[in-house]
Design a protein around this ligand. Structure first.
Ligand code: SF4
Length: 701
């Protein structure tokens, strides 16, 4: 028997947003000993990346929390406590802070990692019982610009395309997306499509990433100038009459302002700003516009920018003017980051109310207040702070208490040494996480041990809107509890819960969500789904209505050309480029870029402890061009001090031609490394930080 596996259990990978269907093998004693890809799953067809292959090891990985802990102040010794007293204390501290400083003085920051039913229940607790408006997720660090851009262009969030589009496209541009390392199985799907049928693969990235090495054309753009390139592509398409005029007239509004603006972005002018030569701009524009179907994908290279939201709208503009939305191979597909970043966008109420409802919409507030049994006046009339605004508000004393759910800002936020001082200012910090040893716990007053991934049950939504099920494979470790249980038990301690009903199980919560998803014209419709159907199909894409036959949802949104705006037409938006980045100068002559490596996920809470993932990538490093290193007398594998206007960091050099002479690159996963020096200016629409654009100098030591 393979690795002495006695039984295989179905579940969905808990790392990235690809959404691979996996099976965890248990031995005779019920211990997880192996993982394999599910051969019949549409998404991964039996394949897994290195993280998925060793995922069964994370249940027993070092650093798991086992019991609830409390202390009076950070750095004191922890005291073990019971769940009842921990939750009593938490509810009374929240109430004390809110009564003293106002309802919004307690903030909640969650994640893209927990299950959708848990997001829904947390939203019900925060919006319906606690009543703070300062509630957000760590998705503001990764996907907020995509959300904002989709809403501005199409009137709603929700990626319109799917992986199957690779099989139909005739031209693909990857904007700041390094699939082989970030989303290996999506890359494998793309590669499989390319092996069957050749089409141009164009990669826009300042660094020679792994995907750029496989591309037909690599455009090494100057950091932060995507909008200039996008406007210039539009300039060529409109000047040469390559646009889809019929689609523009029937399905969009705003072309006049766009036509006027992009006149300024002729390829000669644009090439001086974005660093891509004029002939390449013209060639790419013609290839894209003349293709029978063309698609764009993007990840953090677009989103993590001072104009990330505009970058997304710019990509949507390009697809709208060429008639490339909602058709096979023609789409605008943001590749999401975390396994359930989509679930939090759809159902968590972070940015409003569940099911893509807005606090600003009186009809939405009324509908949810009646459904939950909460007084409508209890809801705020517009969304509160984003995650990136909550931390400055702690510094100024506006926020006194914070609850972190499965997120680790001490490593993930820009300017991490400032975040440490910020967390130290809190009257009350609760960290709820499967791992007690996350860096943020050092500053907490309370630690709640959460069950991890397949120790519990519920659904994730992946990049292509596919809802897939995480089945419970093993019991939660020691006294740890499912986040779902923690949320429902805490809710009982707030007066509003007397008039509300909280589901007893994730399956029951899912039924509530299906009810809320019904309605004429709603794209986010999951009314035909239930947990068993989802497992039988190994994931179903929404929309999937109760009237739908079979086990397949719609692969694409907006196939009928009708959008979620008031007029039903998509918005074409003119996007002037304003250079507001911190750029290299004499004192800080290098661009600093950051990104993911294939072995690790986010802040290494899990992969940092899993044998093979950590063995292959054990330490942080900095990629540096050999010519730049020679100028400074820096040697391969020597240590250097990296200095920015925010602070410094010591890191080992890896010499490589992947980065140009004026750029260095560092993986973002490691604590006390790249985010000690990053700047993180915020996008005005999405409040997402520009992790990828700041200036540093390198000092040999
Ligand atoms: Fe998991 Fe993503 Fe790897 Fe698939 S590609 S196994 S979802 S980490």
């Amino acid at each position: 028997v393979d690795k002495h596996v006695a039984e295989w259990k179905y579940t969905t990978c808990g790392y990235c947003s690809t959404g691979c269907s996996i099976e965890v093998g248990l031995n005779e004693a019920g211990k997880p000993v192996a993982t394999r890809g599910h051969a019949e799953a549409d998404v991964n067809r039996g394949k897994l990346c290195i993280k998925g292959i060793f995922e069964h090891e994370l249940f027993e990985a070092a650093g798991r929390g086992e019991v609830p802990l409390v202390r009076d102040k950070p750095y004191d010794s922890w005291r073990q406590t019971s769940w009842d007293s921990a939750l009593d204390k938490m509810a009374s501290e929240i109430t004390r802070i809110q009564e003293t400083y106002g309802r919004d003085s307690f903030a909640v920051v969650s994640t893209g990692q927990i299950l959708t039913e848990e997001f829904y229940t947390l939203g019900k607790l925060v919006r319906g019982c606690i009543g703070t408006n300062n509630y957000d997720g760590n998705t503001t660090l990764c996907m907020a610009s995509a959300v904002s851009g989709y809403k501005r262009s199409f009137g709603s969030d929700g990626p319109p395309g799917c992986y199957d589009d690779f099989e139909h496209t005739h031209c693909l541009i990857a904007w700041g997306s390094n699939l082989p390392e970030q989303h290996p199985i999506i890359y494998w799907r793309l590669k499989e499509a390319l092996e069957k049928r050749k089409f141009p693969l164009i990669v826009v990235d300042p660094r020679v990433t792994m995907l750029a090495q496989f591309a037909d054309m690599h455009l090494p753009i100057t950091p932060g100038t995507d909008l200039v390139l996008l406007n210039s592509l539009m300039h060529v398409i409109l000047a040469e009459g390559l646009e889809d005029r019929d689609y523009i007239e029937k399905h969009t509004q705003g072309i006049e302002a766009v036509e006027e603006l992009v006149k300024q972005y002729d390829p000669v002018t644009a090439s001086k700003i974005c660093g891509i030569d004029e002939d390449t701009i013209r060639n790419v524009a013609r290839l894209y516009a003349k293709a029978p179907a063309a698609m764009s994908i993007w990840t953090m290279g677009i989103n993590q920018s001072t104009h990330g939201s505009d970058g997304v709208v710019g990509i949507n503009n390009l697809n709208l003017v060429t008639g490339n939305i909602g058709k096979p191979g023609g789409t605008s597909l943001s590749i999401t980051g975390q396994c359930n970043a989509m679930g939090t966008r759809e159902w968590s109420s972070c940015s409003g109310l569940p099911g893509y409802r807005a606090l600003e919409n009186p009809a939405h507030r009324k509908q949810i207040s009646e459904f939950w049994g909460v007084d409508e006046d209890f809801f705020p009339e517009k969304r509160g702070m984003f995650m990136t605004d909550i931390f400055p508000a702690i510094e100024t004393g506006q926020i006194k208490g914070l609850w972190l759910v499965a997120t680790n800002p001490m490593t993930s936020m820009p300017q991490s040494s400032r975040i440490r001082k910020t967390l130290e200012k809190l009257d009350f910090l609760v960290v709820q996480d499967a791992y007690q040893d996350v860096e943020s716990t050092q500053y907490a007053h309370m630690y709640l041990p959460a069950a991890v991934w397949a120790e519990k049950e519920g659904v994730f939504t992946n990049t292509e809107r596919r809802v897939n099920i995480v089945r419970q494979v093993v019991q939660p470790k020691a006294q740890s509890k499912a986040d779902f249980w923690i949320f429902t038990e805490l809710a009982k301690r707030f007066p509003n819960s007397a008039n509300m009903t909280f589901a007893q199980s994730p399956a029951e919560a899912f039924v509530e969500m299906t009810e809320l998803s019904k309605g004429e014209g709603r794209t986010l419709n999951i009314s035909g789904m239930d947990h068993d159907k989802i497992e039988a199909a190994r994931g179903i894409q929404w929309p999937y209505r109760d009237s739908d036959d079979g086990l397949k949802g719609d692969p694409r949104l907006y196939a009928d050309g009708v959008y979620q705006t008031a007029t039903g037409k998509a918005n074409l938006i003119a996007l002037p480029f304003i250079n507001n980045n911190e750029c290299p100068d004499d004192d800080y002559p290098f661009w600093l870029n950051s990104g993911r490596v294939v072995e690790h996920f986010h802040t290494r809470t899990r992969t940092g402890k899993i044998g093979n993932c950590n063995k292959f990538s054990p330490t942080p490093y900095m990629e540096m061009n050999p010519d730049a290193a020679r100028d400074l007398g820096v040697k391969h594998q020597s240590y250097v001090r990296l200095v920015s206007r925010r602070g410094d960091s010591v890191v080992m050099v890896q010499l490589t031609q992947r980065v140009p002479r004026n750029m260095v690159f560092i993986p973002f996963h490691f604590h006390d490394c790249v985010n000690r020096v990053s700047l993180g200016l915020l996008d005005p629409h999405s409040r997402q930080p520009a992790f990828k654009q700041c200036a540093v100098r390198v000092e040999p030591i």
